[in-house]
Design a protein around this ligand. Structure first.
Ligand code: ZN
Length: 340
């Protein structure tokens, strides 16, 4: 009961990439970079195990960007034609590559790093991929001319990739869809269908992560504009509850999401974000426990997985490690109280 997990990313060691920077450039190259990614993955697993996290991830130590890390291995995308574009409904600008032709994977993208992680932990392993709608929102389209059609094309590639990850022994494949909180009508119209295509035929557990973004200024400003109650989830949860995706990962720590909205996800596992990735202080176990206990009023204990709000990539490494420990300790506290 109350098994802990993380949204996905952890900060990288300073010898691998510049610390404290989102999408930081690598500090190594060639064979040294490959070795560095491998070593950093082992450390990320060890830190999670030591903290007491039950379902661990590779900490996304082998990719620079959670979307472009996948796109770099896809044919039909021109990284030479990068354009500055407003993304997430113009919340912020990003330099994105252009889709210029039919999409095809050049080969396995993440199987090797998943295999390395699999070889070095006996715990259940989660692996994250960008979701189709979020990918479509993070590239320029010079070919398809239709977001839904392009999302379905990406979903097919994601499905090929996900099947390979499952084959190397990944237990949970999570699709990251921060765009689901932005394009609410499109989620219902085709976003969930694109997810289904990406997850088709998978026998491992499937998850979708929907957050309000990393703790960067553009996101913090956006959140202050959303009012006293964040009700985005209310519009999309019924579609997710009816979906074939097993788990939904959400932001609940220090968020203005009315907690009763979790009740709309009946029948799903809910990964309850109990660690704020936008704060510079580690939560106390008591604070984590309070979030879990609030969520327990609407999610049965056997379906509740305490988690982080989002990835911790841009955080200070020591702070991230403390937050991992707080997450596990908070869950243990609730278990000890017999609330489950
Ligand atoms: Zn997130």
């Amino acid at each position: 009961m109350l098994e802990t997990t993380i949204a996905g990313s952890l900060p990288k060691p300073s010898w691998l990439a510049e610390p404290g920077v989102l999408w930081a450039p690598w500090r190594l190259d060639g064979e040294a970079l490959a070795e560095g990614k491998r070593d950093a993955t082992l450390i990320a697993l060890k830190l999670q195990e030591d903290a007491g996290i039950d379902i661990v991830s590779d900490g996304e130590q082998s990719r620079q960007h959670f979307v472009h890390g996948f796109l770099e291995s896809v044919e039909g995308i021109d990284f030479g034609r990068r354009v500055r574009m407003g993304i997430r409904n113009n919340r912020y600008e990003a330099l994105v590559p252009t889709v210029t032709g039919k999409l095809r994977r050049k080969g396995a993208v993440h199987a090797r790093e998943a295999m390395i992680a699999r070889l070095h932990t006996n715990r259940r392993l989660k692996f994250t991929l960008p979701g189709p709608m979020t990918i479509v929102d993070t590239v320029a389209d010079g070919h398809y001319g239709d977001r839904e059609a392009m999302a379905m094309a990406f979903a097919e590639l994601l499905n090929e990739e996900a099947r390979e990850l499952a084959a190397v022994g990944v237990d949970v494949i999570q699709f990251d869809e921060p765009a689901f909180n932005v394009y609410l009508d499109e989620v219902v119209a085709w976003g969930v269908e694109a997810l289904h295509r990406a997850a088709e035929g998978l026998r491992c557990t499937t998850a979708v992560h929907i957050c309000y973004g990393y703790g960067i200024p553009a996101n913090i400003d956006w959140k202050t504009s959303l009012g006293a109650e964040w009700r985005q989830y209310e519009r999309i949860f019924p579609a997710l509850a009816a979906s074939r995706i097993d788990q939904v990962s959400l932001e609940c720590a220090n968020s203005h999401v009315p907690i009763e909205l979790l009740g709309l996800l009946a029948g799903k596992d809910v990964l309850v974000g109990a660690i704020d990735v936008a704060s510079n202080r580690a939560e106390t176990p008591e604070e984590v426990a309070a979030v879990i206990e609030r969520a327990l009023r609407f999610v049965p204990a056997e379906r509740l997985f305490p988690c982080t709000n989002c990835g911790m990539a841009p955080l200070d490494r020591t702070l991230a490690t403390q937050k991992l420990a707080a997450l596990a300790a908070g869950a243990a506290l609730v278990r000890g109280r017999g609330a489950t």
